[in-house]
Design a protein around this ligand. Structure first.
Ligand SMILES: *[C@@H]1O[C@H](CO)[C@@H](O)[C@H](O)[C@H]1NC(C)=O
Ligand SMILES: *[C@@H]1O[C@H](CO)[C@@H](O)[C@H](O)[C@H]1NC(C)=O
Ligand SMILES: *[C@@H]1O[C@H](CO)[C@@H](O)[C@H](O)[C@H]1NC(C)=O
Ligand SMILES: *[C@@H]1O[C@H](CO)[C@@H](O)[C@H](O)[C@H]1NC(C)=O
Ligand SMILES: *[C@@H]1O[C@H](CO)[C@@H](O)[C@H](O)[C@H]1NC(C)=O
Length: 398
């Protein structure tokens, strides 16, 4: 009897989950394959750089986003010296018919790389751009193709080019700067009223279970005392994803939504999320320099006619240089990308994609009730059965 009841329970729970019809099957490995090589203008890496760009453009279009290319000229330092190159931000817009204050949300990641050996093109920022693509795909699938959600508010996906802040001697402005200053601000009709904030996904693959793999400097302690304490309780392992937020109202709202959705499934995982909200009294120029090379800083330091007008933005990151890179699984030989891709790292990235996708679906869209007559019975019946089975179990084992 007990077996039967448990069997029935499992069966009907399964049916109810399927019937919920939210596609959350993350296929990040497929995307990562396209970002395992250096992507940089010059030094023999130019073809990969252009290929990555074309791939992103094609994917965005394929998901059903309206694709725009923002071109800009910037200066990068190559072996031949300073060079002016044309960068291209790929912007995919899912526009809504109307917006309201705080409605528009941006998700962005860099697709170019520098030419340094460590952390290399997969970690920085192949993982972030793959997560951006998967989030865009799952969001669009649910709001546009599956019919289970209706989109309410404009959601923008952007793949930034040329993060000169992470280049050697890079004097030019970055793709993030051009996006915020020469695209987004105009798009927002030169007002931050309708802007809800941005998620910047940069370096999200390095989960490190080695004790003392996380930076424990005095500066870090002063800036993130809570994170510092919880790290200390866990041998200062770099086993968390950091959510770095400026303490303004819109950013905090966006942060709470992401944190809630990231932790929603309550799965037991070998890593966690750390809320790294910056202290209120902190001056812009006192932020740990390791957290100012990502494109989030272009939102935080935005100015209108010389007046600071910080825009809400959240950096989702494994904290990059504040965490030791894992040892190469191939010793001193060059490692194929597959060797880096452990199950744990894959799960670490997937958790970020799921957290982002459910945040966007809940915040930017509405789950539609199944229309009566066709699919409604299919969904309500199993949950009814589940309830009955729960009641039965309660009787038997009380
Ligand atoms: C970048 O510079 C090139 C060469 O000077 C020029 O042809 C091109 O139009 C410029 N692009 C932009 C976006 O300004
Ligand atoms: C979102 O769209 C749905 C369906 O069109 C509508 O019923 C709902 O009121 C909208 N929600 C908001 C907050 O505008
Ligand atoms: C900017 O203004 C236009 C025209 O009034 C409006 O249609 C559009 O929704 C506004 N954009 C945003 C992001 O509010
Ligand atoms: C900024 O300067 C431009 C041109 O000088 C002007 O049109 C605009 O109104 C100014 N904006 C603000 C917010 O002062
Ligand atoms: C339900 O059936 C109606 C009429 O046949 C159809 O218009 C509607 O699209 C169906 N809805 C779903 C969710 O299948």
């Amino acid at each position: 009897m007990r077996r039967l009841v448990l069997g029935l329970l499992a069966f009907f729970l399964g049916v109810s989950l399927v019937a919920a019809d939210i596609d959350m099957e993350v296929k990040i490995v497929e995307k990562l394959q396209h970002f395992s090589e250096y992507r940089f203008p010059g030094n023999n890496h130019e073809d990969n750089w252009v290929e990555a760009r074309n791939y992103i453009e094609k994917e965005f279009g394929y998901y059903g986003l309206r694709v725009q290319k923002q071109t800009f000229n910037s200066t990068v330092w190559t072996l031949e010296g300073d060079q002016t190159v044309e960068g291209v931000n790929i912007i995919g817009v899912a526009s809504a018919t109307s917006n309201k204050p705080g409605a528009v949300v941006v998700v962005g990641a860099n697709y170019d790389t520098n030419t340094r050996e460590s952390p290399g093109p997969l970690f920085n920022n192949g993982a972030g751009i793959a997560a951006l693509l998967e989030t865009a795909r799952l969001f669009m699938h649910n709001v546009k193709w599956s019919g289970s959600f209706r989109q309410n508010f404009t959601t923008i996906f952007v793949a930034f080019d040329l993060n000169t802040k992470e280049h050697d001697n890079g004097p030019g402005k970055s793709g993030g700067w051009y996006f915020v200053n020469e695209w987004l601000w105009d798009y927002l009709n030169k007002s931050d009223t309708n802007f809800g904030g941005a998620f910047v996904v940069d370096s999200i693959m390095n989960v490190n279970q080695e004790p003392n793999s996380q930076d424990t400097s005095e500066n870090f302690r002063r800036m993130f005392p809570d994170t510092f304490n919880s790290m200390a309780k866990d041998s200062n392992k770099g086993n968390f994803i950091g959510v770095v937020t400026q303490p303004d109202e819109k950013s905090e709202k966006l942060r709470d939504q992401f944190v809630g959705n990231y932790r929603k499934d309550r799965k037991k995982r070998p890593f966690r999320l750390e809320d790294m909200t910056l202290p209120t009294v902190l001056q812009q120029n006192h932020i740990l320099s390791e957290l100012t090379t990502q494109e989030s800083v272009e939102f935080w330091s935005f100015q209108v006619n010389g007046t600071a007008t910080p825009l809400p933005a959240i950096l989702i990151s494994d904290t990059e240089k504040l965490r030791t890179m894992p040892e190469s699984p191939c010793g001193s030989r060059v490692c194929p990308p597959k060797a880096w891709l452990t199950e744990e790292r894959e799960e670490f990235m997937e958790a970020t994609v799921k957290g982002l996708t459910s945040t966007l679906l809940r915040r930017q869209a509405t789950h539609l009730p199944d229309s009566p007559g066709n699919s409604s019975e299919a969904t309500s019946l199993p949950s009814l059965f589940t309830t009955v089975v729960f009641l039965l179990i309660g009787r038997f084992y009380h």
